[in-house]
Design a protein around this ligand. Structure first.
Ligand code: NCD
Length: 312
């Protein structure tokens, strides 16, 4: 296996990682799933994942906890800031410093862009960005491209549609940055008001083919190997009336599948609201729960290589 370049590193932006890093991480993720639970349970023995979530979470927090426990470590943290000293007026900096005193790696979700980068200056332990505002969610992108790789056996050469809230969806940015390391066609589908923030992707637009669309047209559906669907980020909308106008605009259902390539894969970082009809959940195309399951394995691999130079 290649040299571990993840050891002791912060995972703040997916832009800090390249194609070689991803293939190493994929190899470790494959390897960790072959270990016997006793061997796997030795990797992080005595080590602690500390976390704080200033925003709601289901999968990110639980998959990290489950991942840490599967490699023998423990997790402690704050998932409800109302129950912490933040309510007494404690600063973000002091909170992060405190968590880093009690743990070996620190996972943070916060509504502000830049919150994780700032935390790196304070934390004495490696920081993992579990979602920073509408900026990035790097570990989600790692598991998204791992899912694509596992299912399609390749990433190069694929046509990937990214649909929904491209303006506020942080998973979208991390995913596009990750995909810019590969030779793919990206089709961005959103209403005009939710178009990608062009200043955020300015520097990668020369690296990857990207086209913008207002509609998920029949022609486009015929091209796509992957449809990555996102939730409209209601909580980041300045005006709820605007949200209501676009709610339910691109629902993926049987009708869409009929018009798509037979082997199209539907991905979603979840949670979904009404963007994917539950009636397609049992089709071979629906990969979103498998994707969530890969999240645990990939995060177990990631924690292992952040915490140990030679985890195996
Ligand atoms: C996403 C997030 O928090 O950015 N959820 C996740 O971590 N899987 C997506 C979302 O909230 O829409």
């Amino acid at each position: 296996m290649a040299k571990n370049r993840f050891f002791n590193r912060n995972v703040v932006s997916i832009r800090d990682f390249d194609r070689d890093d991803f293939s190493y991480l994929f190899d470790v993720t494959d390897k960790i799933q072959t270990l016997k639970s006793k061997e796997r349970g030795e990797i992080a023995k005595g080590l602690i994942l500390g976390y704080i979530f200033y925003e709601y979470s289901t999968r990110t927090r639980l998959s990290f906890e489950s991942a840490m426990s599967s490699i023998g470590g423990r997790s402690l943290g704050i998932s409800d800031v109302d129950s912490s000293s933040i309510m007494k007026g404690e600063s973000y900096a002091d909170t992060i410093k405190t968590i880093s005193l009690y743990s070996d790696v620190v996972l943070i979700r916060h509504p502000s862009d830049g919150s994780s980068r700032y935390a790196c200056e304070i934390s004495q332990k490696p920081v993992i960005n579990g979602g920073s505002g509408s900026e990035e969610h790097p570990t989600q992108a790692m598991l998204d491209i791992y899912t694509i790789f596992k299912e399609k056996k390749k990433i190069d050469g694929l046509s990937i549609g990214i649909v929904g809230d491209l303006k506020y969806g942080r998973t979208v940015y991390s995913l596009i940055y990750a995909l810019s390391n590969y030779n793919v066609d990206i089709h961005l589908v959103s209403p005009a008001v939710l178009r990608i923030r062009s200043e955020s992707i300015y520097d990668i637009s020369h690296k990857v083919n990207m086209q913008q669309h207002l509609e998920l047209s029949d022609d486009l559906l015929q091209k796509l190997d992957i449809i990555y669907v996102t939730r409209i980020q209601r909580e980041r909308f300045p005006d709820l009336q605007e949200y209501k106008k676009i709610q339910g605009l691109y629902t993926i259902d049987e009708n869409i599948l009929k018009k798509s390539k037979p082997n199209v894969s539907i991905l979603h970082p979840l949670p979904r609201v009404d963007e994917i009809s539950p009636s397609i959940d049992n089709t071979v195309n629906a990969l979103y729960f498998k994707q969530a399951a890969y999240g645990k394995e990939l995060r177990a691999a990631l924690l292992s290589i952040l915490l140990h130079e030679n985890p195996f």
